[in-house]
Design a protein around this ligand. Structure first.
Ligand code: OXD
Length: 324
Protein backbone atom coordinates (compact mmCIF):
# COMPACT_ATOMS: atom_id res chain seq x y z
CA UNK A 1 0.00 0.00 0.00
CA UNK A 2 1.45 3.37 -0.96
CA UNK A 3 1.03 6.26 1.39
CA UNK A 4 1.63 9.75 -0.03
CA UNK A 5 4.85 11.59 0.84
CA UNK A 6 3.22 13.74 3.58
CA UNK A 7 2.26 12.33 7.01
CA UNK A 8 -0.62 9.90 6.44
CA UNK A 9 -4.06 10.99 7.62
CA UNK A 10 -6.53 8.55 9.17
CA UNK A 11 -10.08 9.76 9.79
CA UNK A 12 -12.24 8.00 12.40
CA UNK A 13 -15.94 8.76 11.87
CA UNK A 14 -17.35 5.99 14.08
CA UNK A 15 -18.07 6.26 17.82
CA UNK A 16 -14.65 5.49 19.28
CA UNK A 17 -14.08 6.88 22.78
CA UNK A 18 -11.54 9.69 23.39
CA UNK A 19 -9.38 7.20 25.35
CA UNK A 20 -9.36 4.72 22.49
CA UNK A 21 -8.42 7.47 20.01
CA UNK A 22 -5.72 8.77 22.36
CA UNK A 23 -4.18 5.29 22.64
CA UNK A 24 -4.03 5.02 18.84
CA UNK A 25 -2.43 8.46 18.58
CA UNK A 26 0.15 7.55 21.22
CA UNK A 27 0.92 4.23 19.52
CA UNK A 28 1.22 5.82 16.07
CA UNK A 29 2.59 9.36 16.38
CA UNK A 30 3.55 9.22 12.70
CA UNK A 31 -0.11 9.18 11.66
CA UNK A 32 -2.38 12.23 11.79
CA UNK A 33 -5.45 10.62 13.40
CA UNK A 34 -8.51 12.85 13.07
CA UNK A 35 -12.06 12.27 14.24
CA UNK A 36 -15.40 13.43 12.92
CA UNK A 37 -19.09 12.94 13.58
CA UNK A 38 -21.06 10.59 11.37
CA UNK A 39 -21.43 11.16 8.48
CA UNK A 40 -18.19 13.02 7.74
CA UNK A 41 -18.40 16.24 5.74
CA UNK A 42 -16.96 15.79 2.24
CA UNK A 43 -14.34 18.49 2.98
CA UNK A 44 -13.07 16.37 5.88
CA UNK A 45 -12.24 13.62 3.39
CA UNK A 46 -10.08 15.72 1.07
CA UNK A 47 -6.75 14.81 2.69
CA UNK A 48 -7.45 11.38 4.14
CA UNK A 49 -5.42 8.30 3.22
CA UNK A 50 -7.45 5.95 5.42
CA UNK A 51 -10.79 6.10 7.19
CA UNK A 52 -12.90 4.17 9.68
CA UNK A 53 -16.46 4.50 8.40
CA UNK A 54 -19.85 2.81 8.72
CA UNK A 55 -20.25 2.89 4.97
CA UNK A 56 -18.87 4.68 1.91
CA UNK A 57 -20.92 6.82 -0.42
CA UNK A 58 -19.60 6.46 -3.99
CA UNK A 59 -19.16 10.25 -4.21
CA UNK A 60 -16.78 10.13 -1.24
CA UNK A 61 -14.30 8.24 -3.42
CA UNK A 62 -14.15 11.37 -5.60
CA UNK A 63 -14.00 13.70 -2.58
CA UNK A 64 -11.11 11.65 -1.11
CA UNK A 65 -8.58 11.20 -3.92
CA UNK A 66 -5.88 9.93 -1.51
CA UNK A 67 -8.08 7.31 0.13
CA UNK A 68 -6.44 3.86 -0.02
CA UNK A 69 -7.81 2.01 3.01
CA UNK A 70 -11.29 1.93 4.56
CA UNK A 71 -12.06 0.03 7.75
CA UNK A 72 -15.77 -0.74 7.99
CA UNK A 73 -17.42 -0.25 11.40
CA UNK A 74 -19.40 -3.50 10.95
CA UNK A 75 -18.66 -7.02 9.79
CA UNK A 76 -21.23 -7.27 6.98
CA UNK A 77 -20.16 -5.19 3.97
CA UNK A 78 -23.04 -5.85 1.57
CA UNK A 79 -24.14 -2.19 1.88
CA UNK A 80 -20.80 -0.79 0.70
CA UNK A 81 -20.03 0.02 -2.95
CA UNK A 82 -17.60 -2.88 -3.39
CA UNK A 83 -17.12 -2.52 -7.16
CA UNK A 84 -16.37 1.20 -6.83
CA UNK A 85 -13.92 0.55 -3.99
CA UNK A 86 -12.16 -2.05 -6.12
CA UNK A 87 -12.05 0.32 -9.10
CA UNK A 88 -10.54 3.06 -6.90
CA UNK A 89 -7.87 0.70 -5.56
CA UNK A 90 -9.17 1.01 -1.98
CA UNK A 91 -8.47 -1.86 0.43
CA UNK A 92 -11.47 -2.66 2.62
CA UNK A 93 -11.16 -4.26 6.05
CA UNK A 94 -13.99 -5.06 8.44
CA UNK A 95 -14.78 -5.63 12.09
CA UNK A 96 -15.13 -9.39 11.78
CA UNK A 97 -14.23 -11.02 15.10
CA UNK A 98 -15.25 -8.01 17.15
CA UNK A 99 -18.71 -9.55 17.69
CA UNK A 100 -17.38 -12.29 19.95
CA UNK A 101 -18.42 -13.02 22.69
CA UNK A 102 -21.67 -11.08 22.36
CA UNK A 103 -23.14 -12.66 19.22
CA UNK A 104 -22.48 -16.28 20.27
CA UNK A 105 -23.91 -15.43 23.71
CA UNK A 106 -26.99 -13.97 21.98
CA UNK A 107 -27.53 -17.19 20.00
CA UNK A 108 -27.14 -19.28 23.16
CA UNK A 109 -29.66 -17.01 24.90
CA UNK A 110 -32.17 -17.71 22.12
CA UNK A 111 -31.58 -21.47 22.30
CA UNK A 112 -31.91 -21.54 26.07
CA UNK A 113 -35.05 -19.41 25.85
CA UNK A 114 -36.66 -21.93 23.50
CA UNK A 115 -35.52 -24.92 25.57
CA UNK A 116 -36.90 -23.45 28.83
CA UNK A 117 -40.03 -22.00 27.10
CA UNK A 118 -39.25 -18.50 28.29
CA UNK A 119 -41.39 -16.71 25.65
CA UNK A 120 -44.55 -18.53 26.83
CA UNK A 121 -43.64 -17.99 30.48
CA UNK A 122 -42.99 -14.27 29.95
CA UNK A 123 -46.29 -13.87 28.10
CA UNK A 124 -48.04 -15.53 31.06
CA UNK A 125 -46.17 -13.37 33.54
CA UNK A 126 -47.48 -10.20 31.85
CA UNK A 127 -50.99 -11.64 32.40
CA UNK A 128 -50.19 -12.68 36.04
CA UNK A 129 -50.84 -16.28 35.04
CA UNK A 130 -49.05 -19.32 36.58
CA UNK A 131 -47.95 -21.73 33.81
CA UNK A 132 -46.60 -24.96 35.21
CA UNK A 133 -48.21 -28.02 33.62
CA UNK A 134 -47.79 -26.94 29.99
CA UNK A 135 -44.22 -25.86 30.70
CA UNK A 136 -43.40 -29.24 32.28
CA UNK A 137 -44.62 -30.95 29.11
CA UNK A 138 -42.83 -28.63 26.67
CA UNK A 139 -39.35 -27.96 28.05
CA UNK A 140 -36.38 -29.87 26.64
CA UNK A 141 -32.66 -30.27 27.33
CA UNK A 142 -30.07 -28.81 24.98
CA UNK A 143 -27.51 -31.34 26.20
CA UNK A 144 -27.25 -34.12 23.64
CA UNK A 145 -29.00 -32.16 20.89
CA UNK A 146 -27.25 -31.37 17.61
CA UNK A 147 -26.52 -27.88 16.39
CA UNK A 148 -25.47 -27.13 12.81
CA UNK A 149 -23.38 -24.03 12.16
CA UNK A 150 -23.91 -22.47 8.76
CA UNK A 151 -21.05 -20.03 8.59
CA UNK A 152 -17.92 -21.06 10.44
CA UNK A 153 -16.35 -17.65 10.92
CA UNK A 154 -15.67 -16.17 14.33
CA UNK A 155 -19.38 -16.01 15.21
CA UNK A 156 -20.20 -19.57 14.15
CA UNK A 157 -17.15 -20.90 15.94
CA UNK A 158 -18.04 -18.92 19.04
CA UNK A 159 -21.50 -20.51 19.04
CA UNK A 160 -19.99 -23.97 18.49
CA UNK A 161 -17.57 -23.64 21.38
CA UNK A 162 -20.31 -22.54 23.78
CA UNK A 163 -22.81 -25.14 22.54
CA UNK A 164 -20.18 -27.87 23.01
CA UNK A 165 -19.65 -26.63 26.58
CA UNK A 166 -23.37 -27.26 27.18
CA UNK A 167 -22.95 -30.85 25.98
CA UNK A 168 -24.47 -30.28 22.55
CA UNK A 169 -23.15 -32.08 19.46
CA UNK A 170 -21.80 -29.57 16.98
CA UNK A 171 -21.74 -29.91 13.19
CA UNK A 172 -20.41 -27.31 10.79
CA UNK A 173 -21.03 -26.58 7.14
CA UNK A 174 -18.00 -25.17 5.38
CA UNK A 175 -17.61 -23.27 2.18
CA UNK A 176 -13.84 -23.60 2.18
CA UNK A 177 -11.81 -26.81 2.49
CA UNK A 178 -8.61 -25.11 3.49
CA UNK A 179 -9.74 -24.23 7.03
CA UNK A 180 -9.20 -26.75 9.79
CA UNK A 181 -12.31 -27.48 11.83
CA UNK A 182 -12.05 -26.85 15.58
CA UNK A 183 -11.92 -30.06 17.61
CA UNK A 184 -15.44 -29.66 19.04
CA UNK A 185 -16.88 -30.09 15.53
CA UNK A 186 -18.25 -33.60 15.31
CA UNK A 187 -19.15 -33.54 11.63
CA UNK A 188 -17.90 -31.13 9.02
CA UNK A 189 -20.23 -30.99 6.01
CA UNK A 190 -19.42 -29.64 2.55
CA UNK A 191 -21.74 -26.93 1.20
CA UNK A 192 -23.12 -29.32 -1.42
CA UNK A 193 -24.48 -31.50 1.40
CA UNK A 194 -26.49 -28.64 2.96
CA UNK A 195 -29.82 -30.52 2.95
CA UNK A 196 -28.34 -33.69 4.52
CA UNK A 197 -26.69 -31.55 7.17
CA UNK A 198 -29.99 -29.76 7.85
CA UNK A 199 -31.85 -33.06 8.19
CA UNK A 200 -29.54 -34.12 11.04
CA UNK A 201 -29.78 -30.97 13.17
CA UNK A 202 -32.06 -29.93 16.03
CA UNK A 203 -30.81 -26.32 15.83
CA UNK A 204 -29.54 -24.54 12.71
CA UNK A 205 -27.53 -21.35 13.23
CA UNK A 206 -27.12 -19.10 10.20
CA UNK A 207 -24.38 -16.47 10.49
CA UNK A 208 -23.69 -16.11 6.77
CA UNK A 209 -22.81 -12.79 5.19
CA UNK A 210 -25.07 -11.59 2.37
CA UNK A 211 -23.39 -12.09 -1.00
CA UNK A 212 -24.58 -13.00 -4.51
CA UNK A 213 -23.90 -16.62 -3.52
CA UNK A 214 -25.80 -16.63 -0.21
CA UNK A 215 -28.88 -14.56 -1.13
CA UNK A 216 -31.98 -16.70 -0.51
CA UNK A 217 -29.88 -19.78 0.30
CA UNK A 218 -32.56 -20.87 2.81
CA UNK A 219 -35.70 -21.50 0.74
CA UNK A 220 -38.72 -23.80 0.94
CA UNK A 221 -36.64 -26.90 0.12
CA UNK A 222 -34.07 -26.17 2.79
CA UNK A 223 -36.76 -25.63 5.45
CA UNK A 224 -38.49 -28.83 4.29
CA UNK A 225 -35.18 -30.68 4.66
CA UNK A 226 -34.93 -29.69 8.33
CA UNK A 227 -36.00 -32.12 11.05
CA UNK A 228 -39.64 -31.60 12.07
CA UNK A 229 -39.67 -29.41 15.16
CA UNK A 230 -36.09 -28.10 14.66
CA UNK A 231 -35.16 -24.51 15.48
CA UNK A 232 -33.65 -21.94 13.12
CA UNK A 233 -31.57 -18.92 14.18
CA UNK A 234 -30.48 -16.05 11.94
CA UNK A 235 -27.81 -13.62 13.10
CA UNK A 236 -26.27 -13.12 9.64
CA UNK A 237 -28.43 -11.24 7.20
CA UNK A 238 -32.18 -11.43 6.51
CA UNK A 239 -31.54 -11.62 2.76
CA UNK A 240 -30.00 -15.08 3.05
CA UNK A 241 -33.49 -16.39 3.83
CA UNK A 242 -36.63 -16.62 1.72
CA UNK A 243 -38.76 -15.11 4.48
CA UNK A 244 -42.10 -16.26 3.04
CA UNK A 245 -40.81 -19.84 2.92
CA UNK A 246 -39.67 -19.55 6.55
CA UNK A 247 -43.05 -18.13 7.60
CA UNK A 248 -44.82 -21.03 5.85
CA UNK A 249 -42.54 -23.57 7.59
CA UNK A 250 -43.30 -21.94 10.96
CA UNK A 251 -47.03 -21.71 10.29
CA UNK A 252 -47.26 -25.40 9.34
CA UNK A 253 -45.45 -26.37 12.56
CA UNK A 254 -42.63 -28.02 10.60
CA UNK A 255 -40.18 -25.54 12.11
CA UNK A 256 -40.31 -25.65 15.91
CA UNK A 257 -39.26 -22.02 16.23
CA UNK A 258 -37.07 -19.26 14.91
CA UNK A 259 -34.77 -16.86 16.71
CA UNK A 260 -34.38 -13.91 14.37
CA UNK A 261 -31.93 -11.12 14.98
CA UNK A 262 -32.10 -10.08 11.34
CA UNK A 263 -34.94 -9.87 8.85
CA UNK A 264 -35.58 -8.55 5.37
CA UNK A 265 -36.37 -5.70 5.33
CA UNK A 266 -35.23 -4.02 8.54
CA UNK A 267 -37.00 -2.78 10.51
CA UNK A 268 -39.46 -5.65 10.06
CA UNK A 269 -42.75 -4.09 8.90
CA UNK A 270 -45.39 -3.89 11.65
CA UNK A 271 -47.77 -6.09 9.64
CA UNK A 272 -45.34 -9.01 9.24
CA UNK A 273 -46.91 -12.24 10.56
CA UNK A 274 -43.58 -13.00 12.26
CA UNK A 275 -44.34 -10.51 15.06
CA UNK A 276 -47.32 -12.50 16.31
CA UNK A 277 -45.95 -16.02 15.97
CA UNK A 278 -45.56 -17.47 19.46
CA UNK A 279 -42.66 -19.68 18.35
CA UNK A 280 -40.63 -16.71 17.04
CA UNK A 281 -38.26 -14.48 19.00
CA UNK A 282 -37.29 -11.25 17.24
CA UNK A 283 -34.31 -9.31 18.61
CA UNK A 284 -34.18 -6.30 16.23
CA UNK A 285 -30.58 -6.69 14.96
CA UNK A 286 -29.05 -6.19 18.42
CA UNK A 287 -26.88 -9.30 18.73
CA UNK A 288 -23.85 -7.28 17.64
CA UNK A 289 -24.24 -4.80 20.48
CA UNK A 290 -21.65 -4.90 23.26
CA UNK A 291 -20.26 -2.22 25.58
CA UNK A 292 -16.81 -3.51 24.58
CA UNK A 293 -17.36 -3.38 20.82
CA UNK A 294 -15.17 -0.34 20.08
CA UNK A 295 -12.56 -1.40 22.60
CA UNK A 296 -12.06 -4.63 20.64
CA UNK A 297 -12.36 -2.81 17.32
CA UNK A 298 -9.76 -0.21 18.28
CA UNK A 299 -7.23 -2.98 19.03
CA UNK A 300 -7.87 -4.48 15.58
CA UNK A 301 -7.63 -1.06 13.93
CA UNK A 302 -4.39 -0.35 15.83
CA UNK A 303 -2.88 -3.62 14.58
CA UNK A 304 -3.92 -2.69 11.07
CA UNK A 305 -2.41 0.80 11.30
CA UNK A 306 0.91 -0.87 12.13
CA UNK A 307 0.59 -3.26 9.19
CA UNK A 308 -0.50 -0.44 6.90
CA UNK A 309 2.54 1.66 7.79
CA UNK A 310 4.76 -1.36 7.22
CA UNK A 311 3.12 -1.97 3.83
CA UNK A 312 1.99 -5.44 4.92
CA UNK A 313 -1.35 -7.18 4.27
CA UNK A 314 -4.04 -5.99 6.66
CA UNK A 315 -6.08 -8.20 9.00
CA UNK A 316 -9.69 -8.83 7.93
CA UNK A 317 -9.20 -7.71 4.35
CA UNK A 318 -12.48 -8.13 2.48
CA UNK A 319 -12.44 -9.93 -0.86
CA UNK A 320 -14.21 -7.21 -2.85
CA UNK A 321 -15.29 -9.70 -5.52
CA UNK A 322 -16.62 -12.36 -3.16
CA UNK A 323 -18.23 -9.71 -0.91
CA UNK A 324 -17.00 -10.91 2.49
C1 OXD B 1 -22.38 -6.18 11.43
C2 OXD B 1 -23.66 -6.33 12.17
O1 OXD B 1 -22.34 -6.42 10.23
O2 OXD B 1 -23.68 -6.11 13.40
O3 OXD B 1 -21.40 -5.81 12.07
O4 OXD B 1 -24.66 -6.68 11.57
Amino acid sequence: MTIGSSIPVLLIATPMSPTQVRRLREAYPGVDIRTSDWPPAEEALAEVDAAVLWTVKPEWLVAAPRLRWVHSGGAGVEGLPLAELAASGVTLTNNSGVHVPNMPEHVLALMLAFARRLPALIRCQTRHEWRDEATHREVFDLEGQRVLLIGMGEIGRGVGQRAAALGMKVDGLRRRDDLTAPDYIERSWQSAALRDALAAADHVVNSLPLTAETRGIFGAEEFAAMKPGAFFYNVGRGGTVDQDAMIAALASGHLGGAGLDVTEPEPLPADSPLWDMEQVIITSHTSGASPHYWERASVLIGDNIGLWLAGEPLRNTVDLLAGY
